[in-house]
Structures are given as C-alpha cells and as structure tokens.
Design a protein. Structure first.
Lengths: 378, 159, 386
C-alpha cells in the first residue's frame, strides 16, 4: 500500500461556541486546510467526515458538514466517532484507490448539556438509571487505577498544571489560564476523585486535514507528514467486565500502530506525544498503555518532568484536551498539532527537532475504544 | 409441565434534551430582516451568481463565501408539494401542505407551508395547491425571528 | 487495490418489534447467521464496521454497547452513520478495509430497532435543519411524496403505475422468509388505502422494522481458501448532494444518482445496465422512488419507467428483476436496510435466494439512499470475477 501523507492542515479557533454554526465552522476549517495545501475544492477526490449527531441536535450531521468540507457531488463517508477513526478509514479508502482526500472532524459541545448526551450512550436497562456519564465514568476508572497504582491526586494535578500551561501558550488552543497545583486541588469536586480541573474542557472546534498518496504528496507539500502506523481497537462495553485500571484498547491500538511503523521502543523513537486525555489520571494511565513506562509507573513519569515540553518525552505540548476538548474532533486536533510539530510550525509550543510523533484518542466510557497514529517526516 | 408464556418487560424512556441552536451570522441577519421589516433576503454567490434561499454563508458549489444580500419577493410559484394527513408526535397537526416555493428573484426553492385553503379532503386540496400555483406569504403580526414568522404561503387566487 | 469477495451473508427475520431481544442480542443473532453461512468462527474476522442510525434505538452510539454482540471485543471496530445509506456505506467501508490490504477478512454489521421509538417520523424530522426547515413538519415521507407529485406533473406517471410497484413488491416479499410485511395486495387495495401524504397512500410507504444483518468481505486469497462460491465485488460508489432540497434542479429527476451510477458502471465495466444486470435491489421506501431510480440509473429513459412497469419489464420474470426480496417497501430497518440490499444481491448471484431466486442471475446491483434524498451508495456484485 502506497504511503499516505498529510499535506494540509486547517483548524478553526477552538471556543466555547454558541455563536457560529457548525457547518460554517466546517467551511472555515476546510478552506484553511485547502489554502494550506495550496489546493482548491476541485482537487479533492473524496471527503471523510466525523462527528456526533446527538451533540448537534440533528440526525446525519454530515449532510451539512460534508458539503461545507468541499464534498458537493463527491464520493464520501462519515464516521460517527472521533475524527481519528475517520483518518483510519480515509487511509484505507486511499489504499483502495482514492486520491486527494479531505478528512474533517466537527466537535460541537455547546448546543446541548454534554453529561446528558453522554448519559444516553448507556443502554437504558443496566447502566443509564444510575446517572452515568463520561465524567463520572472517568472518575470510576481513576479511583480503581489509584487503588492499584497508589497514584495520588497531586500526581494528577501535575498533568493539569502542565497541560493548561501549554494550552495558555498555544494560540490554537481555547483561551485558558495557567493554574497551580493548589488551584487544581481546590477546584470543586466533580466526581470523586476527579475535580473540575481534572476533566477536559468541553469546547467547539473543527479541523480538516488534506491527505494525498505519496507520489502526489511530494508535489503538493514541501514537507509532507507520513502516516507510518495506525491502529485502533475496542474493549467491552460492560465496565464490570473490564479491568478499569488499564487502558486496554489504547495499548492494543498502540501495539498495532507500533508494529506497522516498526517502533520497538516508543520512548526513544518518538519525540512528541499528543494524547487526547479523558481526564488527568487518564494521561498518566496512557503513559503505561503506550509503553512509555511499565505498568504502575505512570505517576513516577509525570513527577520526573519527563513529559513536560522540555522533558525527554513531551506529552501534549499543545495543551491537550484539558485545554480544549471539541468532542469528536479532539483526536484529529491532536493529529493536526503533531503534524505542525513535525513540520516545525507549532510556534510557541514547538518541540525542537521532532522527527516522529504519536497522536491518540479514546472514545466511549472509560476509554472503551482507542486509535493511535504514528507520524514521521522525511 | 405446561410451558409458561414468556413475558418481555418493557422499559419506557424519553430523550428530553434541551438544545439551543446557533443560527449563525448569516441566518441571524436573514431572520432579523423578517422580524423587523417583513422582508425576505436571498444571498448571492459572487462566483456563480445564484441567489440562494435559504441563505447560507458559503456556496458549496463554488466553495467561496457569500456576501451580497439580495431582496426577493415574498411571492412565488409552487415547484413541488405534498399534503399531510397523518399525525405524528411533536409534528404539526394535519392536514398541512409542504411546498418548495421559487420566490421571485431567487434561484433555489424555499420550504414552507401552503395554507389559507381547505386541505381537509385531498381530492379537492390537490387542485388548490398544485405545482405551478402562485403563492404569497402571510406574515404573523408578532414576529420572533424564525421561519414561522410567515404563517404560510397562500395561493394568490384564493380569497 | 485488491480484488474482494463476499464470503458470507446473513440477516434476521424482520418484525415490527423484537421484544425478545435487546439491540446487542439482535446484533449477535445477525452475526451468528452470517458466520454460519460462511462456515467461519468469530476469531477469523480481522476487523469490524458497525452501522446504525443512532436516534431510532434511543441509545447514543449503540455501537459501543453492541461490541460484544458483534464479537469485536479486542479488535479494530469503526462506526459508520450516513442516514439511510448507512447499511450500504458500512458494507463499502468493510470492502475498502480489505481492498486496501489493511485486513484480509472484514465484517460489516448493522442493527436497527426502529420499533423502539414510539414514533419514527418525529425522529426522522430531526434530520431536517432546525434553523430554517424543521418547523415545516417534513419527514421522510415528504421526500417520496414530493418526488411523486413532481414526477406525475413532469412525466405523467400515474397512481395506478405506483400501485403496481406496490403490488409487485408485496408479491415478492411473500417468497422471502425474512421479509417483514407479507400480505398479498392488488392494485385496488393500494389505491383504496389511506392517504398518508398526498399523493402517497399507506400501501405505498414502508413499515418500520427491527432486525440485523451482517456481511463478510475477504481478500481473493482468503476467499480461495474459505469459500468455494463467493460473490465478487465489481464496483462501488457513494455520492453526496447539497443538503438543501430547494437546490435540486428538479425533484422528478434524481440527477445525482445518475452521476453516481455513471461512476459505478465505469468501475464495474457495465455499458448497458438493463442488459448486463440481472437483479436490482433498489432502496425505495416509497413507490415513487422506484420510478426515479430506474430512470436515474439508466435502466430506461426519463418518464419511461411507469409504462414499462405496466408491461411487467421489472417483475421477477421480466427483463430485469427489481427487488425480488420485496424490497424496502416491505422491510425497513433503516440503518441496516442498505446492507440487506447487498445481502439480497449476494444471495441472488450465489444462487442462494431460495423461493425468490431469479433463475440464472449473475450480476446484481445494490442501492441505498439517505439523508434528505441527498446521499446515495451503490455496489455491484457478480457470480464471476471481473
């Protein structure tokens, strides 16, 4: 299968929403991505979109966003999950013959109460009556993980401090202020052990990526970023059947992506990690699932400062989901940030000399499904 | 032993999610003009020159932003029609007729009700609101800035 | 790009409600039938595509719930939702997973329980734009009704011709054990049935159905080992039109389906669709759409479908059989319906359609439309490799 390169990136500003319509945002992101690649709509062979209908209060939302992404009268499909899963499907569609591709994800969190929307993800018989939603499911997971690993709230607070500091420096992130560990520990308790600041920052934002097969990518972009490995997996829905102390689908997705990219020691071979963290504790668990440290060692890694932008394995130099979480686009934003890092265009949050990057996302309760992408520049 | 008839328990559930949809810049201006001036504005694509209704901030065909507002008449021609006789949860009370109407000065068709005529018997109604019928907007007195500020379009020939 | 075969299909019996099973259990039932058909075990499936339209089942992203029923725990799994096209785009997605070389065996699984919602039309209304159009009370039936009224106006098609479409579909469904509505009707029954949305009457509209369907795609090499008589994928296409109905040049002509059809026929090497295709499983929840689809796909000229239907050209024993399964008019589990079309096309070219087998069928077309008549998906399968 021919290599696939990312040759254009377009993002809307990430915001609290409530002003723009999501399809206008799709037009804006698509236009910026096309301009970045110096292409126009006519050059696109297909559009692969991603987004959730319920958050938008409309069914089949790609009816609105795909024409806005340049898909009028073109071949298309829509993934009803985070945009990174759309990237995976787009990559396979290109392997089956499609050329220049727009992959676009729209995240809308401002039009409906997101905890209620995520509560409806639980089936009505066994889980929904208990008021489950993405936040308290993440809390359930955090409490299990803490009990097993003896990770402490102050370790998780370090993740929040790190990511919000980075977010405050990143103009592409939602506007956030840096916080101190004390502020994190004093923020209101959301669902024990998670405080408000331990959870992602629900936002609106849209991102478009232009993909091209290698022979075209090299002509379109001076510095294409190659999809070297990609893997995805899903765990059981039943929380009672899972070991919540581990992110199983994330480690399985990573195993597949590393295998494809020929990565043996991710901590040495990859220089930038963009991980869509479902909570502060999730990021620590992700260190283990991604093989950056052995199981149970996550807290040690954040304490050591290794995952700071100045550390040896920077995680979320963009600010991650703690700073901005446009649900359904958060993962594809991670990919976009990783691309900018590899191209040396990340600005104030640039990690120097990065050649290889990883982006990941999880969706569903307690990281049920995950996708991991390995990116390289020549 | 006689087999007991199986019972399947049913659990009632409702999705009751409040949504607040942003109309965005383009539709907001359109609705304000309707509310304040009883005026319908189309928007012109600077490239293909089509006047679009309802107005959108970009032309998906030419992939450029739209900017020029163009007043169109609140009168036009029915291009297609259906008349509804079934009642559904949360939907308008039948009978009601849905039409796509080409307003004078527009290059696309606007969805709205056709009313002001007796729709109770489809055998008669189908001749009152048929394709090609000229219709004119009937505006509400109290307008809030949404599509229903026009109650319906009424056949010009109807009294 | 690799050649791809279909090595297993299966579907549940479709009913108004399946109170004996949850969404997850229904998924399991559909997948089990498909595995049985293919003679495979679940461990042999490398990756999964799951298709469903969320709001009908009252669960947001029911795919996450149904992973276990699909047998996908620990495996790659992607959720597709594209409206009425969902089922067929799920099939196309699984096809792409294999054609690209990413996986050798991929399964598309679709489950839908339309019966869970107390009123499907109010759910269908949520796909209409809340800012400009939702207040007008349009649902899916409005689409078929407008196409019917416009087609009558432009081409002079008649209520009687549409009644014949309904009669043929119902007769075919009697021979399909999985079909939902199985009643024999005559043209008078159709014409005397209740007016739903003028000009469409009750017997011109689909039911809402519960059920599941699954299809297994395999690379040529895997198929060689696993299946002596697979169906072969000849081509596929998807297309998207404007959301806005008012942007369509004429609702009597499904011009965007014509465009997709031309792309499909080019890929599949079809030059004369009526002669070269033996069976067309068209997606028509409303009678009027058979007229538009036959004309758009070039099976006849514009305005010719009605008279040809009166002549019986598209009956089981006609020149080309249209929806020998009874089609969407008799069975509509919305997000699974497109995959049922593909399943039926595969059954025909593999000679496994039983009572509703079209003798000697070698090439079959599957179609689905979705959204506000905005999206189309198409696939052609053949008995032989292309």
């Amino acid at each position: 299968m021919e290599r696939i390169g990312i040759v254009g990136v377009g993002m809307t500003p990430i915001s609290s929403g409530k002003k723009e319509v999501f399809y206008d945002a799709s037009f804006e992101a698509a236009r910026r991505a096309l301009a970045d690649a110096r292409l126009d709509r006519g050059d696109l062979d297909q559009v692969v979109a991603a987004g959730y209908d319920l958050a938008c209060g409309r069914t089949i939302t790609n009816m609105y966003t795909t024409p806005a992404a340049g898909g009028y009268l073109k071949d298309e499909t829509r993934i009803s999950d985070d945009g990174m899963f759309a990237l995976a499907q787009a990559w396979m569609r290109m392997g089956a013959g499609f050329a220049t591709t727009m992959c676009l994800a729209y995240g809308v969190s401002s039009e409906a109460p997101m905890p209620l929307v995520s509560n409806l993800m639980f089936e009505p018989l066994f889980h929904r009556p208990f008021g489950m939603h993405s936040g308290n499911t993440a809390a359930l997971q955090a409490s299990v993980y803490c009990a097993e690993s003896r990770t402490k709230p102050e370790d998780a607070a370090l993740v929040v401090v790190k990511n919000l500091r980075q977010g405050s420096k990143n103009p592409r992130s939602r506007r956030v202020k840096p916080v101190t560990a004390k502020q994190v520990e004093k923020s209101p308790m959301a669902a024990w052990p998670l405080r408000e600041l331990d959870l992602p920052n629900y936002s609106d934002g849209t991102v478009g990526l232009i993909l091209a097969p290698e022979h075209e990518a090299k002509r379109i972009s001076p510095c294409p970023v190659w999809i070297e490995g990609i893997g995805w997996s899903i765990d059981s829905y039943y929380l009672g059947e899972r070991n919540l102390a581990e992110l199983k689908s994330l480690s399985e997705a990573a195993r597949r992506a590393y295998l494809m990219a020929g990565i043996k020691d991710p901590a040495r071979e990859i220089q930038v990690f963009e991980v869509a963290e479902q909570s502060s504790y999730y990021e620590i668990m992700a260190y283990e699932a991604l093989g950056l440290i052995s199981p149970g060692g996550g807290a040690k890694l954040i304490r050591s400062g290794a995952t700071e932008i100045s550390g040896r394995i920077p995680v979320n130099p963009s600010g991650g989901a703690m700073a901005s979480d446009p649900v359904a686009a958060t993962g594809l934003f991670r990919v976009a940030e990783a691309v900018l890092q590899l191209q040396g265009r990340a600005g104030k949050v640039q990690v120097k000399g990065a050649q290889c990057a990883l982006a990941s996302v999880s969706s569903g309760p307690a990281g049920q499904a995950s996708c991991v992408v390995i990116l390289r520049r020549d | 032993m006689a087999e007991k008839k199986e019972e399947f328990i049913k659990v009632k559930a409702n999705w009751n999610i409040p949504f607040t949809h942003s109309a965005g810049k383009c539709a907001s201006h359109f609705f304000q003009e309707m509310r304040e001036k009883k005026r319908i504005l189309g928007i012109r694509c600077p490239k293909c020159q089509r006047v679009m209704l309802p107005p959108r901030s970009f032309c998906e065909r030419c992939f450029v932003a739209t900017t020029d507002w163009v007043p169109v008449k609140d009168e036009g021609v029915v291009e297609s029609v259906s008349i509804n006789y079934m009642e559904y949860t949360g939907m308008p009370k039948p009978p009601y007729a849905i039409a796509f109407i080409r307003l004078d000065g527009s290059d696309s068709n606007l969805m709205h009700f056709v009313g002001g005529v007796d729709l109770s018997d489809w055998k008669k109604a189908k001749d009152l609101v048929k394709i090609g019928t000229r219709v004119k907007a009937v505006w509400k007195e109290e307008r809030e800035g949404r599509m229903t500020d026009i109650m319906y379009f009424k056949p010009v020939s109807a009294k | 790009m690799r050649r791809v075969a279909i090595i297993g299909v299966g579907q549940t019996k479709f009913r108004t409600r399946r109170d004996d099973a949850t969404h997850e259990e229904l998924t399991f039932e559909g997948v089990s039938r498909t595995l049985e058909d293919a003679g495979l075990s679940i461990s042999q499936i490398d990756s999964f595509i799951y298709g469903t339209m969320d709001p009908f089942d009252g669960v947001n992203s029911p795919d996450k719930w149904c992973v276990g029923g699909a047998g996908a725990v620990g495996k790659p799994f992607i959720k597709i939702s594209t409206g009425g096209t969902t089922g067929l785009t799920a099939g196309i997605a699984a096809y792409h997973q294999v054609a690209s070389g990413a996986f050798d065996i991929s399964m598309a699984v679709c489950t839908q329980r339309v019966g869970v919602g107390d009123d499907a039309q109010s759910i269908l209304n949520t796909c209409v734009c809340p800012i400009y159009e939702r207040d007008a009370g349009a649902g899916a039936i409005s689409i078929g009704a407008h196409q019917a009224s416009r087609h009558m106006f432009k081409y002079g098609s008649t209520d009687y011709q549409r009644a014949l479409i309904s009669v043929d579909a119902h007769k075919n469904a009697l021979n399909n054990p999985n079909a939902h509505i199985q009643v024999d009707v005559n043209p008078e029954d159709v014409l005397n049935s209740r007016m739903i949305e003028w000009p469409l009457r009750l017997l011109e509209c689909c039911p809402r159905s519960d059920g599941a369907c699954a299809v297994i795609f395999a690379s040529e090499e895997a198929a060689k080992k696993l299946c002596p008589h697979p169906a072969w994928v000849w081509g596929e296409a998807s297309i998207l039109d404007s959301y806005w109905w008012g942007e369509r040049p004429d609702l009597a002509d499904w011009d965007v389906l014509s465009l997709a059809g031309r792309r499909l026929f080019k890929m599949a090497g079809i030059s004369n669709p009526l002669k070269e295709i033996d069976v067309a499983e068209l997606y028509a929840p409303f009678t009027s759409q058979i007229l538009l689809e036959l004309e758009a796909l070039g099976f006849c000229g514009h305005g010719e479908a009605g008279p040809l239907i009166e002549k019986g050209v598209f009956k089981m024993d006609g020149e080309m059989a249209v929806t020998p399964s009874g089609g969407v008019l008799c069975t509509n589990p919305i997000g699974a319906t497109g995959l049922v079309r593909l399943t039926e096309a595969v059954l025909q070219v593999t000679g496994k359609a039983g009572q509703h087998q079209v003798p000697g069928a070698e090439v079959a077309l599957a179609h689905a439309w979705g959204g506000t008549m905005q999206l189309h998906a198409l696939m052609i399968v053949g008995k032989h490799k292309r």
